[in-house]
Design a protein around this ligand. Structure first.
Ligand code: LFR
Length: 496
């Protein structure tokens, strides 16, 4: 048949995957070809991504994708998305200079103060619309200033652009991800030269910008051979920031005017609304809301909330404490669902939770510090973490409404967190709004949708792409229930 097959490479903080998607009018299907762990490595005090292991996972995934094609089929294209802000530095010959540093590495401690000494925070926000996060690329570059590696660098490639370069030999900078560097003006969708100049960042490190849907080269002969694929296989720029791809696949009605908020939940929860223009007000800055660029000229006005990271880290701690036989997540979630609600809540936005390690103890310490009961067992810890996350969703959705002057009638919860029923239910209760949960693989779907449209298999704008997601993907609906006042009281306790 004439069906086209697209490979979506989606790299997350805890695992990477390569999916094969088929898309056309009335059709949208995704199959997992390969999934591999993403395990950062600490060396000599620095936390790195194991970027070659990730690249090997991508190659293994493309080989597996080829085997899923019917008969002698050909991949119609490949798209790549990952987490934001991180990058590789390359020399003039295109050789990677050292391993990309993980955004959770401590080198950016004190970033806010260092940046404020160069440009007042208000001015930086007015120019870039980006929330303050210590790991923004701009802060990483400040932290690297004066190092031999940065001095030797002639190219800077964000992670998906680095993978694309290795696959194709062509360099580019995809715009949605570039908008997380804090070097882009969200009003123009171009580099902010005044900011780059003030911070001494050499913008010529960045190869030319490309937009979701733009061509990004072809798999090299070497890669085709390695993966047993038949060429030519083009690479297409997608919303290479995973959150941009995930929000493109939110099964909402329309563009941002459709009275919906989204919560893209994985290692992070990105909670907010979609707009046509950035909100650069002082109130938005004070609330630490960001304006990241999305697919089709949209703006994601959202807050970064510590997502499932504390839960993932608790599981890792229990696992290693029990010699690899920690409690199973399903069991914990079942018990957590029956644990007393809102017994204690922590501030899921507290940067104190950013670094890895000792998470159950850190959650307990946060409860103790704020005069709340300390969780008595892992199930209560899980309940505390999920209640806290749902509360943070409530605050972010309410703040997004206020700051952008939007009506919100429904919350779409997408990403891996959509598989967590308890979290979806708590989010509905906390927000006092209906929650539509799914798809869990929103980033990979958004990646496929943009490729399919670029290849001519789909037509139209975001509203059309989204209605295809709505009509083809299984979704769960959660109405708000429970005690509204309890969430209000919990919010007051956490926010003072
Ligand atoms: C989610 C995400 C967030 C970004 C964080 C760090 O995977 O991309 O949007 O703030 O990772 O890059």
């Amino acid at each position: 048949s004439g069906a086209l097959f697209f490979a979506a490479v989606d790299l997350g903080a805890s695992s990477g995957r390569v999916m094969v998607g088929t898309a056309g009018p009335g059709t949208l299907r995704l199959r997992e070809a390969h999934r591999f762990p993403n395990r950062p490595v600490r060396v000599g005090g620095t936390l790195y991504w194991d970027v070659l292991a990730l690249y090997r996972g991508v190659l293994d995934g493309l080989r597996a994708a080829g085997r899923l094609l019917p008969g002698p089929g050909r991949l119609a294209s490949v798209g790549i998305d990952s987490w934001a802000v991180d990058h590789g530095l390359l020399d003039a010959s295109g050789t990677l200079l050292g391993n990309p540093v993980h955004y959770r590495d401590g080198r950016t401690a004190g970033a806010a103060e260092r940046a404020a000494a160069v440009m007042p925070a208000e001015e930086l926000y007015a120019a870039t619309g980006l929330q303050h996060q210590p790991f923004n690329t701009l802060h990483q570059l400040l932290a690297a200033r004066g190092t031999p590696v940065l001095a030797a660098a002639r190219h800077l490639l964000l992670i998906p652009d680095l993978i694309a370069y290795w696959l194709t030999g062509e360099m580019g900078t995809e715009l949605t991800n570039a908008s997380t560097t804090q070097l882009v003006d969200p009003r123009t969708g171009d580099w902010s030269r005044p900011v780059a100049e003030a911070f001494g960042v050499d913008l010529s490190l960045f190869p030319p910008l490309r937009r979701p849907g733009d061509p990004a080269g072809e798999l090299s002969a070497e890669v085709l051979r390695e993966c047993g694929l038949t060429g030519p296989v083009p690479v297409t720029a997608v919303g290479s920031h995973d959150t941009a791809s995930a929000v493109a696949a939110v099964p909402a009605q329309g563009r941002g005017d459709g009275r919906f908020a989204y919560v893209a939940t994985g290692t992070w929860s990105l909670a907010g609304v979609e707009l046509d223009a950035p909100v650069l007000t002082e109130a938005s800055r004070a609330a630490n809301f960001t304006n990241e660029l999305g697919v089709d000229g949209t703006v994601r006005h959202l807050r970064n909330v510590m997502g499932l990271w504390p839960l993932q880290e608790c599981l890792r701690a229990w696992e290693s404490g029990a010699g690899g036989r920690g409690p199973r997540l399903e069991t914990l979630l079942r018990r957590a669902a029956k644990a007393p609600p809102l017994r204690s809540v922590v501030d899921a936005g507290d940067p104190g939770f950013l670094a890895p390690g000792r998470m159950p103890e850190r959650v307990a310490e946060a409860c103790r510090r704020t005069g709340q009961p300390v969780p008595r067992d892992p199930a209560e810890t899980v309940r505390c973490v999920l209640d806290s996350l749902a509360l943070a969703h409530r605050r972010a959705v309410a703040d997004a409404r206020r700051l952008s002057d939007r009506e919100v009638a429904v919350v779409h919860l997408v990403g891996g967190g959509a598989r967590n029923e308890l979290l979806c239910r708590l989010t509905a209760d906390a927000c006092g709004l209906p929650v539509v949960a799914g798809p869990a693989e929103a980033a990979a779907l958004g990646n496929v949708l943009v490729q399919a449209r670029a290849a001519g298999a789909l037509h139209g704008g975001l509203a059309g792409l989204r209605s295809l997601v709505r009509s083809t993907q299984p979704l769960r609906h959660h109405g708000p229930m429970g005690d509204r006042d309890a969430w209000r009281r919990a919010e007051a306790a956490v926010c003072g």
